[in-house]
Every structure is written in C-alpha cells, then in structure tokens.
Write a protein that binds this ligand. Structure first.
Ligand SMILES: Nc1nc2c(c(=O)[nH]1)N[C@H]1C(S)=C(S)[C@@H](COP(=O)(O)OP(=O)(O)OC[C@H]3O[C@@H](n4cnc5c(=O)[nH]c(N)nc54)[C@H](O)[C@@H]3O)O[C@H]1N2
Ligand SMILES: Nc1nc2c(c(=O)[nH]1)N[C@H]1C(S)=C(S)[C@@H](COP(=O)(O)OP(=O)(O)OC[C@H]3O[C@@H](n4cnc5c(=O)[nH]c(N)nc54)[C@H](O)[C@@H]3O)O[C@H]1N2
Ligand SMILES: [Mo]
Length: 759
C-alpha cells in the first residue's frame, strides 16, 4: 500500500494479528450489548460442552467435549445474539407498520431482538398481530390443501435446523406431495454435494480433526476461518507451530490467515506475540482457482515425467479411473493461459507442486471462494483430482475438507432435505410410513425463486433463514415474495423476508438452541452433524425468550397435522419425544444404527465415510478423475474495464444477520458501503482511495447497478474487487449460476466501476 493517502471516514488499516486481546474485547462488548451479564458467562461456558448446546456459529467440530471452554469470538457473538435480552413483542408490532419496518436496515431489524408471539399479517392495519397457534396452523392447512398442486408450495430450510426438525419438515412436505426443497445449501456447498459424489462417491469431507495432527501439508483455498470458522484457527495455529506448511490461495490478504494470536495461549496473550499461519500466500485472481489447480497438477505431472516417483501409481491403478484423460487435458493446457487466468506465475505453481510432491499426507481445505462460481462443481472436482494423484484419501493426515456453512447444514441433507431424493430413500419412506412420496425431482433455491417470480409457486414455508435476502437479485425476489398467496416463517428474529408479506403471512417464533426444550416426555435434546460427519446431541438450558414459543419440531408437527387430515404419521407423539423421531430416522436412513444410544457418547458418532476406507460408492466403484472444460469459468465478456467482484462476509456478520457495522481485520469501521480495490486498478481508472463510485454488472441482459459506493485501496489481487454480502446482491442476476449445481455465482461477478457523478 502506498503511504500517503487521503483519510476516509471509518477506514483505519488494522496492523495487529487476528485473535488476541482484540477478540476478547469484542466478546465482552457482544455480551454487554446483548445479554444479561449474570447469565452470560455461564451460557458461553456451556457451548459445545457435554450436556450443553452445540454452538450455532459454525460447523467446525470440537476436539474434546470435555475440554475447558474453547474461546471463540464469533461463536460468542452467535450465542449472545440468540440469548439476547431484547424482545420484539405484539406491542412493538402494533406500533410499527410493516411498510415502516421495511424501510429499516437488516441490521436494525434483527437488532430489535427475539420475537415473542406467533403473528399474522393484518392488511387493514398493515401490521403483524398476535394469533393463536392452532388458528394459524388450521388456516395454513386450509390454504395448502386449496392449491391446485402440492408442487405450488416451496419448503425452504436454513441449515441451523436440527436433524429432528429437518426430518419432520421433509416428511411433512413429502406426505403433502412435493420434493420442492430449496435450502441454504443450494447457495453454499451444493457444488460439493454435486461434485464430490462424481469424484469419490460421497458429497462430504473425508478428514477428521486427528488428521490435522498428522498432516504434512495444508492447502487452504477460498475461505476465511478467522471470521467464519474461528475454532479452526486453533487447529491451524497448532499445525503452523508444528512447522506444517500452510499454503493459502485467496485474492484478499485475510489477516487471520497471515497471523493469529491464540486467545487460549497464555504466552501469546501475555507477550502480545502471534504465530504466522500461511507459509506462503498466493493472491490468486477471483475465479482463478481452476487455472491455479490445473497449473499445480500440470507441474506435478511434469515432475513425474522428469524424475518419476511423484504420483501414487499403485493407488491410481487400483482405485481410480480417468487418469489418461486428465493427463491429456493437462498436456494440452498452456502455461501462458494458466498464468494469465490464475494471476500467478509458473514458478509459483511449480513450487506448490514440489512441496505437494514431498508431502506424505496432504489436506486441502476450501470454502465459498471455490464453490460460489459458475464452474463451482468443476472447481471442487479439480481439488479431488489433485488429492487423488498422490493417494491422499484413506490414509492418516490426508483428505478433502470442505468448510460447511451453517452448523447443521450437512445434517439437514443427510436426513432428507433434498430436491433430488434417491429412489432407495423414497422406498424406505413408503415402507415405514405407508404413503407414496412423490418421485419427481423438485426445486432448489434458485428454481423455487424463479417459480415464485413467474407465479407458478404460490406458497412458501421457511424453516429458518432469510430466503429473499440470501438470494441474488432483490429487485426480482422481493416482489416475488409479495406475490405469493401464503408465506410462513419459522424464525427467532425479525428479518426482511418475514416483512415481504404475501396475501397471508405468518411469522412463528421458535426456541433457539441455547434454550430449554420441554415436551411431554421431559427435556429434549436435538442432534446435529458437523463438517466432519460427527453426529452429536445438543440440549439448551436457558429459559426460553418467551412463554409462547414452540420448538421447531413442534411447529412443523402441528402444522403438518393441521394440513394432512389423512396423515399416516403420529405427529403429536413425535413432537412430544424426539427419541421417536430419531428412531424413524434410523429406520429410513442408512448410518444411524442405534441412533439414540450412540448419541449418549460425549462426542457422538461418525456417519459412514467410505472413501476413508478407500471404498468409492461411485457407479463404477472407483474414484474418478475429472476433465475441467477450459481453464476458467464462463465469462465471455470482452471489456477491458471488466473486474471480477467477490461478495464477502464482514467479521461482524452472520450471513444476512449483521451484528455490528465493523469489519475489524479488514480495517473497516461503522460502514459497509465499500468496494475493495487494488492500487493498480484504482490508478488505471483514474480513481483514488475514498472516491465515490457506481458499479455496473456486465452479464448480458442485465442492467443491474449499485450506486454511491466508496472505493478503497486494498491488498486484493489485481483485476478482483470485493464488496459486502448481502448489500451487493442487487448486482447479481438470479440466473447467474453454476449450471451443474444451481449455486449462484456470488464470487467473481463481472462488473465495471464508474466514477459516481455528483449531480
Ligand atoms: N461469523 C460467521 N461465521 C460463519 C458465517 C458468517 O456469515 N459469519 N457463515 C457461515 C456460512 S453459511 C458459510 S457458507 C461459511 C462461509 O465461510 P467462507 O467460505 O470463509 O465464506 P466467505 O466469507 O464468503 O469467504 C470466502 C473467502 O474466499 C475468498 N474468495 C473469494 N473469491 C475467491 C476466489 O475466486 N478464489 C479464492 N481462492 N478465494 C476467493 C474471499 O476473499 C474470502 O476470504 O461460514 C459460516 N460461518
Ligand atoms: N452475495 C452473497 N450472497 C450469499 C452468500 C455470499 O457469500 N454472497 N452466501 C450464501 C450462503 S453460503 C448462505 S448459507 C445463505 C444464507 O441464507 P439463510 O440461511 O437463509 O440466511 P441466514 O442469514 O443465516 O438466516 C438468518 C435468519 O435465521 C433465523 N434463525 C436464526 N436462528 C434460528 C433458529 O435457531 N431457528 C430458526 N427457525 N430460525 C433461526 C433468524 O430469524 C434470522 O433472521 O446466503 C447465501 N447468500
Ligand atoms: Mo453457507
């Protein structure tokens, strides 16, 4: 960065390491602003402890449920946000019309606190007013039964829902008669769920925490753990201190991947010291990962040709197919193109290949920087290819590690939230319940919204989340929500999707994970599956935010019962004892044997992961190499002004939930109307740090714009720019997706930037 720049309000470069005392201070502020001080420390101490609740923050597993409190700033924010003492009451709704609430920011809406009563929209007064639970359920049933076809309803799931709630939800929709299951995973790791089964037969990561203790090399691509998977920082910190090389590919310099002071380390805290995390940091271009991965693979194959003994030939022969096609494609790929598209040199990529060739066991970790591209699925497969070449599956210290998003998004999938159910699963449902579930595949998130836009979808039921704000293109999505006949939202806090009211809208407040869940059979536990396929129990202890709340399973069960007069399911009994739900999961889904018994163990149990035993549940029984078509994603824009925009989470944000307006590690305070740009790109456009700009999407047929954004100089790869999600979603066309997985291409959107003309 150049030294002399004009000062820009709220922009103060942050020089310290990630973590450390700053993290402790931020936690104290989160506790002070949200919680009653007396209960706060006890609540935080119960996070991820035996007999406590699973942290709603992220899906990173825990080393030892018995260990002392594992400090995590953003986990603490997630907990305090839910356990807040602020409330949104019927009086609040009576005093604030829905139209006036829609004028407020997402930050303000959620900031009002926990919703206390079930509410229904009243058009005459333009307010939400309280409604009796059963009155609401009966009316919803009536509307759903009145649809011309069950496929006119969409059933959205956000990945915080428990296995038990999600299982009941899919059962409800399937008995009702549809496979329309848009879910947050469709915007997140769908590329993993679609790509990895093609490569290794299962759409889940293959490593465990123990593998990180034994690995020789970690390659981290496109994720920001200091903010999004903070407990992973402990693992990376340990690996770095063991001198395990950690090679990072990320267009942005993320502070936590550079330097981290572990709040658990007495020495680092006392001496204000920190540990370097990345051994090498490659600022790949946004969307340049395929080129970079191809470069590493090409260099590896060249090394094999030159000195031999680089590839694991026995593994390739016994366990894989498609190697020759991969090798031919690499031979045909030119270094010039690789260098141009990756924004890295041949020498850089050869160095990575050489380190990889030396490593006895390698882990590749990756996140949204890989999946949210229009060739996200193909990107994921290239990562699997790289690992297969040296047999990095089914041995200690090696494997693939997708960093899942929501804390139970993986579990939701496992228990049946999918628009493309397998025939085997549907058969089991039929056998166990005695109704015939629909076979035809349903809608994912983008397709569901498209059906709402064109008017073929009439009803939307959301188990959590903020569907309209999470998706791209609010100009299309917001009116589509308002055109529905019915929307139902099960949530904890108010958000914009709740307020984009349909002809009839219900907002149902539910218990959060931290809260005591008492049903007919006593205190209930729910279960969740983490990023490493460990399933374990979670039970809340706090007094519920209001006496009118119901649990998610209870809401789903009672809504289902009111909708399906001929139902074959014992809904009310199931909601009264979640062990019965787990028995049904065990009966219908493989891998849950002795479910209720095995969650008694403090760490729970692991779901089957055949690739860890070198078994490949692909159609041929082998792991399969891929051929990536071309070298980059589909961008056919020939505009010299084009930049690729990535949308990012700030440090004080959980998806569409904005905890506060700061992004400490990136040096942004009190604002989010920012575009991060490299000095070179600023200069070539005649722009200066702090200028006001307008951003224009360069996808054919789109005229989307975002105006009045402050551009700031930042250490980001040339040609790539960054802006915050969800504000920048106005720029992304709804159909700008990865065709294989349907995932919106939220990263590397082609745009151009114009100086904002003050009129
Ligand atoms: N505190 C907190 N925790 C969270 C969340 C949250 O919002 N807040 N969200 C949860 C959810 S649902 C998810 S999915 C995860 C998300 O966790 P991440 O996968 O870390 O998601 P992002 O913040 O979108 O960050 C993506 C990172 O990828 C980089 N990147 C962008 N484009 C590219 C590219 O083309 N190539 C490469 N190599 N890198 C790129 C960005 O610079 C950024 O560092 O976190 C979960 N945990
Ligand atoms: N531009 C851009 N857009 C993106 C992304 C991006 O990187 N860039 N990331 C995408 C990704 S990875 C994801 S996962 C989606 C996120 O999409 P969603 O999962 O739909 O969104 P969230 O913001 O996590 O949902 C927040 C709401 O969940 C509700 N909630 C919180 N806790 C609970 C609970 O315990 N139970 C229930 N029932 N409700 C609860 C609250 O009412 C809160 O307002 O956004 C996607 N959108
Ligand atoms: Mo996500």
């Amino acid at each position: 960065m150049t030294t002399k720049r004009r000062s820009v309000p709220g922009i103060h470069p942050y020089d310290g390491p990630a973590g450390g005392w700053g993290a402790l201070k931020a936690t104290a502020i989160a506790v002070r602003t949200q919680m009653d001080n007396l209960t706060a420390p006890a609540t935080l101490l119960r996070t991820n402890q035996p007999d406590g609740f699973d942290c709603p923050g992220c899906a990173w597993p825990d080393k030892e449920k018995h260990s002392t409190f594992q400090f995590c700033e953003n986990g603490a924010k997630a907990v305090t946000w839910e356990a807040t003492s602020k409330r949104v009451t019927p009086e609040f709704f009576a005093q604030n019309t829905v139209s006036s609430l829609l004028e407020r920011s997402d930050f303000e809406l959620e900031g009002y606190g926990r919703i206390t009563h079930p509410m229904v929209y009243d058009r005459d007064s333009d307010t939400l007013r309280p409604v009796e639970w059963d009155v609401a359920f009966n009316r919803i049933g009536e509307i759903l039964r009145g649809l011309d076809s069950p496929d006119e309803a969409e059933f959205y799931t956000s990945g915080r829902a428990s296995n038990e709630a999600a299982y009941l939800f899919q059962l409800f929709a399937r008995e009702f008669g549809t496979n329309n299951f848009p879910d947050c995973s469709n915007m997140c790791h769908e590329a993993t769920s679609v790509g990895l089964p093609q490569s290794i037969g299962i759409g889940k990561g293959t490593v465990s925490l123990d593998d990180f203790d034994e690995t020789d090399l970690i390659i981290s691509i496109g994720h920001n753990p200091g903010t999004n998977h903070p407990r992973m920082m402990g693992t990376l910190h340990e690996a770095a201190r063991r001198n395990v090389p950690i090679i990072v590919f990320n267009p942005l310099r993320e502070r936590a991947l550079e330097r981290f002071a572990d709040p658990q380390s007495i020495i680092e805290m006392a001496t204000y010291s920190s540990t370097n995390i990345a051994s090498t940091y490659y600022q790949v271009k946004a969307g340049g990962d395929a080129a970079a991965l191809k470069g590493i693979i090409k260099a590896l194959l060249e090394l094999e040709g030159e000195i031999g003994n680089i590839l694991d030939q026995d593994f390739i022969a016994e366990h894989t197919q498609g190697f020759d096609l991969l090798a031919a494609d690499m031979a045909a790929t030119r270094w010039d193109d690789i260098e141009k598209e990756a924004g890295l040199t041949r020498d850089d990529l050869q160095k990575v290949a050489a380190l990889y060739a030396k490593s006895k066991a390698t882990i590749v970790t990756y996140g949204m920087g890989v999946t949210q591209h229009n060739k996200g699925t193909a990107n994921v497969r290239l990562i699997a290819d790289l690992l297969l070449l040296r047999g990095n599956f089914g041995k200690p210290g090696a494997g693939i590690c997708p960093l899942r998003g929501h804390s139970n998004v993986q579990g939701n999938r496992t228990v049946g939230i999918t628009e493309k159910p397998s025939a085997a699963f549907l058969e089991k449902i039929q056998q166990v319940f005695g109704f015939t579930p629909p076979k035809e595949h349903g809608h994912d998130a983008v397709k569901a919204m498209e059906a709402m836009v064109d008017g073929t979808a009439k009803a939307l039921i959301c188990l959590g989340g903020n569907f309209a704000v999470a998706l791209p293109d609010p100009e299309k999505c917001f009116p589509a929500m308002q055109n529905l006949d019915l929307s139902v939202h099960i949530g904890t806090k108010l958000n914009r999707s709740h307020l984009l009211v349909a002809k009839e809208t219900y907002v149902f407040p539910c218990l959060g994970r931290t809260e005591l869940d008492l049903q007919d059979s006593g205190r209930q536990s729910i279960t969740v599956e983490d990023s490493m396929s460990m399933v374990h129990a979670s039970s809340g202890k706090l007094k519920p935010a209001s006496e009118w709340l119901l649990s998610e399973p209870a809401i789903v069960a009672r809504m289902a019962k009111a909708t399906l007069p001929q139902t074959k399911v014992q809904w009310i009994e199931l909601a009264g004892d979640y062990r019965l739900i787990r028995d049904l999961i065990e009966k219908t889904i493989p891998g849950f044997d002795k479910y209720n018994q095995r969650i008694e163990a403090p760490n729970g149990f692991r779901m089957p992961l055949p690739p860890t035993e070198r078994k490949w549940p692909t159609p041929t029984g082998k792991a399969i190499f891929s051929v990536f078509d071309g070298i980059t994603e589909d961008i056919s824009i020939d505009d010299p002004e084009m930049l690729r925009m990535i949308t990012l989470r700030s440090h004080d944000q959980y998806n569409t939930t904005i905890y506060a307006m700061d992004d400490r590690y990136r040096g942004v305070f009190g604002r989010r109307d920012i575009l991060f740009m490299n000095d070179v790109d600023l200069e070539s456009r005649g722009l200066e740090h702090g200028d006001l700009v307008d951003i224009e999407t360069l996808v054919a047929g789109s005229h989307q714009r975002l105006e009045n954004i402050t551009v700031i100089a930042y250490n980001i790869a040339p040609g790539s720019v960054g802006a915050y999600y969800p504000e920048a979603n106005v720029l992304i066309p709804l159909n700008y997706i990865d065709k294989e997985s349907g995932t919106p291409s939220y990263k590397s959107l082609p745009i151009r930037v114009l100086k904002h003309l003050v009129s």
